[in-house]
Design a protein around this ligand. Structure first.
Ligand SMILES: Cc1cc2nc3c(=O)[nH]c(=O)nc-3n(C[C@H](O)[C@H](O)[C@H](O)COP(=O)(O)O)c2cc1C
Length: 355
């Protein structure tokens, strides 16, 4: 049975700069969500040979079901990227129509697509076409005009995920069974400066998406104020006679709260974002001890070094700061965490802090 039919779905929300492969490996070890997403990645970038971006698309076999999330504004890039992500073995492809960052919206991508519904629909159609053409074997990855460097990095990712898609998905489907058709979905917001969710969701629901995630804030709100879940409930009503599942998002802190909101608002699932930063235990309603938090930081750092051996250790510090939240002496601990340069430093700090 496809993951999309096992309800409710309590998922890890995509977070750029946070939910990378190291983060997700740790998340799986501690409390595996029903579904996870990659950080968003540029459709234009990956379809035009941006090989470094393929690090964002690394995932291990134990992470299924996993969705690759794309942002961009060029329908042809989405077509190519959909074929690439299908080949990489993703269980689904999600289109970002909700990012409020100026660097993304000024370029006409992310939440800016809410004000360009025709383009948004064209992007969905092209993504679907890419998935279908790949699924029906009408097009191969080698037909996309990608350079050799890109084809090599695609093979590297497939090897990392232990996936051999051609002709069958090894490890996921017994040999001789059919390919898995990735799901198609959109993650969006209520509107630009005010909610237009009824008309916007009506347009999206007409595209026969597998699921639609609503973050119940407008673009203008960014992350301020509170998410208006009554607006999500409206979308649930609109979706009643469609095949599209509705996932709600915004301000959920724990698995129990997520389940409560599924009941209360009738959604098929919930995405948890910021509450999972430094708190992977939120997916099993557990409060970790200081010792457990240090062990998680250590494991996080080890995964990071294994997966990204060439990245600087200090890029992990922002993740570590989250683990300190709520601890006694958190302020003192934070001032030390922002100076860590190695796993050895972290071990030393653990010894000092817990003794
Ligand atoms: C640092 C950060 C990065 C984010 N990156 C993405 C992203 O790449 N794609 C996306 O769809 N949403 C992104 N989001 C939005 C979250 O997925 C989520 O919709 C939002 O944080 C609201 O959910 P929450 O209240 O559970 O955090 C990001 C949010 C944060 C805080």
């Amino acid at each position: 049975m496809s993951f999309i039919n096992k309800l409710p779905i309590i998922a890890l929300s995509p977070m750029d700069g946070i939910t990378d492969e190291a983060f997700r490996l740790l998340q799986v070890q501690i409390a595996k969500p029903d579904l996870m997403f990659t950080e968003f990645v540029s459709a234009e970038g990956i379809s035009h040979g941006g090989v470094k971006l393929y690090d964002t698309l690394l995932f291990s076999n134990q992470e299924h079901p996993i969705i690759g999330q794309l942002f961009g504004k060029n329908p042809d890039s989405f077509y190519k990227s959909a074929i690439i992500l299908s080949e990489l073995g993703f269980d689904g492809i999600d289109i970002n129509m909700g990012c409020p960052a100026k660097t993304v919206t000024q370029n006409g991508s992310g939440a800016a697509l809410i004000s360009k519904p025709d383009l948004a629909v064209e992007i969905i159609k092209k993504t679907k076409q890419g998935i279908n053409d790949w699924f029906e074997n009408k097009i191969k990855i080698t037909d996309l005009g990608l350079n050799q460097k890109t084809l090599n990095v695609i093979n590297r990712n497939k090897k990392y995920s232990e996936i051999n898609i051609s002709p069958f998905v090894k490890g996921r489907c017994p040999e001789g069974t059919e390919r898995i058709r990735p799901t198609i979905s959109v993650k969006t917001r209520l509107g630009i400066d005010k909610s237009i969710i009824d008309s916007w969701a009506t347009i999206l629901l007409a595209q026969d998406l597998d699921f639609l995630t609503i973050h119940a804030r407008t673009l203008k709100q960014g992350y301020a104020g509170t998410a208006d879940w009554s607006e999500i409930q409206n979308v649930v009503e609109l979706a009643k006679n469609t095949n599209t599942k509705i996932l709600g998002n915004g301000d959920i802190e724990s698995k129990s709260q997520a389940l409560e909101f599924c009941e209360k608002y009738g959604v098929d699932g919930v995405l948890i974002g910021r509450a999972a930063c430094g708190n992977p235990w939120c997916f099993k309603d557990y409060i970790a001890t200081p010792k457990e938090r240090f062990s998680a930081m250590l494991l996080h750092a080890q995964f990071f070094k294994e997966v990204f051996p060439n990245r600087r250790f200090d890029s992990l510090r922002k993740n570590f700061l989250f683990y300190a939240s709520g601890l006694v002496n958190a302020k003192q601990l934070r001032s030390k965490l922002v100076r860590l340069n190695s796993i050895e430093d972290l071990l030393q700090l653990e010894g000092d802090f817990l003794s």
